[in-house]
Design a protein around this ligand. Structure first.
Ligand code: ZN
Length: 376
């Protein structure tokens, strides 16, 4: 039977949408948001980089966003738990999604004052949507420790948002992701992720789509399926396999730790996953995260807990909204900048300057280490 989730939509004081996804909380009549928020912040403009063909969103208001507030002022905890009202007016929630207070993209991004057609200085309103997903109301929790039923609820929220955001006018790409750890600039410790609905297909997704189309043109086959079959056949980079999912360290990993988790069946995006695939993900993904949290061992640990919570970025690479669905295969890509305890990989000259990736970690060694770390 499919996982049951109740969805309740409401509005915050400044008009932003908030959506509760409940699997346990029995009744929900959303409380009003009584904060004096004033007018909502809208996104600004995008500028087109004529040299690279990439859009850049200019979000100068984000400089004022919340930066590591004290724990009793967490904006993602339910209201009533801390000393000030939070972004979530209700006193309890299971999973909740709301529009970002300081968005890089928003539906209300204003039309430009003077949209002068200027080929080298092209500009467009940064129209789209940015949302925050709270994975749990437990401030000190983490995704890896969520019970499978709650992971399924998070997945249902991602599916719902992918479907809804894809319907917004002008949205070309929906990216659901989690940034975890202060090492990568996370400004709030509460377990949460974000969803960006872009009015264009971002550069890396565009490159992936072009590769998939070339592969289709030359072989007649789906690139993602061929890569998965090749990784399974090679075996040396496999991390784990379940009935519906496979995780591997990709052949050309760019980061010190990089793992792709893909469904065994070819699907373009999250809404295409079956109930069985969703339920299996809810078990497999936290297992994978728990292994990642034991990847590095603290050098000072004599005995007991030597874990170093791995800073990571985990993101769903879904098919673009309007193009390439038939050529795309869904993948969850998890990457970390932590190459050794206390040592971060910085994107320096070669990577930042020209996108020339250099890695000193063999993906085969990453996979071998992760295969050892089965749950105790
Ligand atoms: Zn919190």
């Amino acid at each position: 039977m499919a996982h049951q989730v109740r969805r309740t939509s409401a509005r915050l004081a400044d008009g932003r949408e908030i959506i509760y996804f409940d699997d346990e909380t029995e009744t929900r009549s959303p409380r009003p948001d009584e904060r004096p928020l004033g007018a909502r912040a809208e996104a600004g403009e995008m500028r087109f980089d004529a040299l690279t063909g990439e859009w850049v969103a200019v979000a100068s208001h984000r400089q004022n966003r919340t930066f590591l507030p004290p724990p009793d002022e967490c904006p993602l905890c339910p209201t009533g738990r801390g000393s000030v009202p939070s972004e979530v007016p209700d006193p309890a929630y299971d999973v909740v999604v709301f529009e970002n207070r300081f968005p890089s993209f928003s539906e209300g991004a204003a039309d430009l004052d003077s949209p002068v057609p200027e080929p080298l200085f092209a500009t467009a309103p940064a129209r789209g949507r940015c949302e925050v997903v709270c994975f749990t109301s437990d401030h000190s929790g983490q995704f890896a420790q969520l019970p499978p039923a709650r992971v399924e609820t998070v997945l249902e929220a991602w599916v719902d948002r992918t479907t809804e955001l894809s319907r917004l006018p002008g949205v070309d790409y929906v990216f659901c992701f989690e940034n975890r750890g202060p090492e990568i600039g996370v400004t709030l410790h509460h377990p949460h992720g974000q969803i960006y609905a872009y009015p264009y297909v971002p550069a890396r997704s565009r490159a992936m789509l072009e590769r998939a189309r070339e592969h289709r043109a030359t072989t007649g086959r789906l690139l993602g399926s061929d890569v998965l079959a090749a990784e399974v056949a090679a075996g040396s980079r496999l991390v784990l396999e379940s009935e519906h999912w496979t995780a591997y360290a990709p052949y050309a990993s760019r980061w010190p730790v990089e793992v792709h988790l893909v469904p065994n069946r070819a699907v373009p995006d999250l809404p295409a996953l079956t109930a069985q695939e969703r339920a299996d993900f809810a078990t497999v993904y936290p297992q994978l995260l728990r292994r990642l949290d034991r990847f590095h061992v603290a050098p000072t640990a004599v005995d007991g807990d030597a874990t170093i919570p791995l800073p990571y970025i985990a993101g769903w690479h879904q098919a673009p909204v309007n193009v390439g669905r038939e050529d795309w295969r869904l993948s969850m890509q998890i990457t970390s900048i932590l190459r050794a305890p206390g040592k971060l990989k910085y994107l320096a000259g070669s990577e930042s300057g020209v996108g020339g990736w250099v890695t000193d970690v063999a993906p085969e060694a990453v996979a071998a280490r992760l295969r050892e770390l089965v749950d105790a």
